[in-house]
Design a protein around this ligand. Sequence first.
Ligand SMILES: Cc1cc2nc3c(=O)[nH]c(=O)nc-3n(C[C@H](O)[C@H](O)[C@H](O)COP(=O)(O)OP(=O)(O)OC[C@H]3O[C@@H](n4cnc5c(N)ncnc54)[C@H](O)[C@@H]3O)c2cc1C
Length: 488
Amino acid sequence: MLSAELRDQLRSLLGPDGYLDAPSQRLSYESDSLSLVRHSPDVVLLPKDTREAALAMQALARAGVPIVPRGAGTGLSGGATPVPGAVSLVTTRMRRILRIDADQRIAHVQAGVINVELTRAAAPFGLFYAPDPSSQMACTLGGNFAENSGGPHGFKYGQTARHIRGARWINPRGEIVDWLDPVVDPEGLDVLSLLVGSEGMLGIVTEILVDLLPIPEASETLLALFDSLPNACESVTALIASGLRPSAIEILDQLTIQAVEASVFRAGYPQEAQAVMLLDLDGTAGEVEELRAALVTILREHGAFQTQHATDPEQRKRLWAGRKGAYGAMGRLAPDLYVADVVAPRTRLAEIVGLASEICAELDLPLANVFHAGDGNLHPNISYDRRDPEQVRRVLLAGERIMQACVERGGTLTGEHGVGLEKRDAMCSLYSDEELAVHALVREAIDPGHRMNPGKLLPVRGCREARTRSPYLPGMPEYDVEVRESTP
Ligand SMILES: Cc1cc2nc3c(=O)[nH]c(=O)nc-3n(C[C@H](O)[C@H](O)[C@H](O)COP(=O)(O)OP(=O)(O)OC[C@H]3O[C@@H](n4cnc5c(N)ncnc54)[C@H](O)[C@@H]3O)c2cc1C
C-alpha cells in the first residue's frame, strides 16, 4: 500500500488529471486486452511529460514501490496488467508530436502518441511511419517500442526496432537518460536496441525518435480467394520461396470472413471463399504492375480461384478495414477473445494451422484465423466467455498446445504481442537456463529491485518447476510477483 504521504506528494506533483485513485477511475486500467487476468492498480499516474514522469518515478523509487508502465492497454499478453502493490504509470497524456524533420525524415514524438496519428501528421510531407499494428487506431508508439510491435506491412518494412533512431528513457531510479541523437551507429554498447522490446521491464520510454519513409509512388491491394485455408497457406510458402516482395501478405479464414461481413467493418470479402489473402504492393507504377503479374501467376498455380486488385484509395481502405477490424468483429461471436500469437516456419504454415484447428475441435472451441502470413505469424483466435471457468480452462489448454506445436516444429512463442504475464513461464520451453540467466543479469544490472513491471517476461522462480509441470503452461493462473529490497 502507498503511504498517505506518498499519495499526497504524487497528487500535488501530477495534479487532478494526472493522479487517479477513485475505484471508478481505476476500473479501466484493471487489465490490458488480455481480459483473463485483472487486478485493480492502487493508483494510476498519468504524467504529461518526461519531467513529471521522472519526478514521480524518483518518489516511487525512494518508497520501493513497483511500477507497471502502460500505454493504451491494447497489449494482448498481460504486459500492462497491474500487479498487487504496484502503481500504473500511463503515458496517454504524453500525446505531442514534438517535431517532424522532413529533410532528415525523422519524427520526435512523446511516447503516448497514437500510432496512426504519426502517419497522418507525416502525410503532408510525403512521408509515412511504416510499423502499422492492426491496433494502430488506439495503440501508442511507446507501447509499440516496448513490444517491438509488427503489423501487416512488417513483411516488407520490418518491425518497430528497424524504425527506431533514438529515445529518452527514465531508468528505475527515476533518472532521465537521453539517446536522442539520430546518428546511425553510435559508439559504445547498443543499449537502445536492448530497450526496444523490453516490455517495460527496464524503465519507461517517454520520447522516441523514429524514421519516416517516403510514400511510394504507386500502391495497390490484391485480394485472392481460396477454396481452402491450407491452399492459401501453401501459396504463402510458394510466394516466400519466389523472393517476390509485396509489402503485406495477410490471411483471413472463413469464420473471420463471416464475422467481418456481418459487422460494421464489412469489406466485401466474398463469402463463398474458405480463405482470403490480402496483399499490398508498392513501388513505382511499373514495379507494381510487374509484381502484380508475377504474384497472380503464383497464387493461381497454388489454388487461388479468383484474384482482384484495387487501386482506388477508398476501395483499398475498405478491403483493409475488414482485416484491421477483424478482432472487433469477433466480438459478435462471444464476449471474450483469446488471441494466440505464435510464429511458424513459413514452410509449415498449413501444417500448424491444421494442428491448431484439430486442437480446438478436440477441446470444442471455435477457432478463427487472421494472421500476418508473410511473417509466419499466426493468430489463432478463440472466442469464449470468461465467466465460465470450464471454458477458460479449455482456452488455456488450447493456447498451451498451440504454442507447443509451434515450438516443437521450429517456430517460436510470440511474433509480436510479447511475453508479458501470459507466456512468462513458457520462456522455459524456448531458452536454456544459461540463456535465461543472461536476461536476468541484464535486468539485475538495471533494476536490482525488480520494481519495473514485476512478474512479467521472465519466469519468477526459475524453470525447474515450470519444466516438470509443463513448460508451455500460460503464466496467468500463477500470477506471482517477486519484488526485492533495493536502495535507489
Ligand atoms: C485489435 C488488436 C490488434 C492488434 N494487432 C497487433 C499487430 O498487428 N501487431 C502487433 O505487434 N500488436 C498488435 N496488437 C497488440 C498491441 O496493440 C501492441 O502490442 C501494442 O504495441 C501495444 O501498445 P499499447 O500502447 O496499447 O501498450 P500497452 O498494452 O499499454 O503496453 C504494452 C507493454 O508495453 C509496456 N509499455 C507501454 N508503454 C511503455 C513505455 N512508454 N515505456 C516502457 N514500457 C511501456 C507495458 O508495460 C506493456 O508491457 C493488437 C492488439 C489488439 C487489441
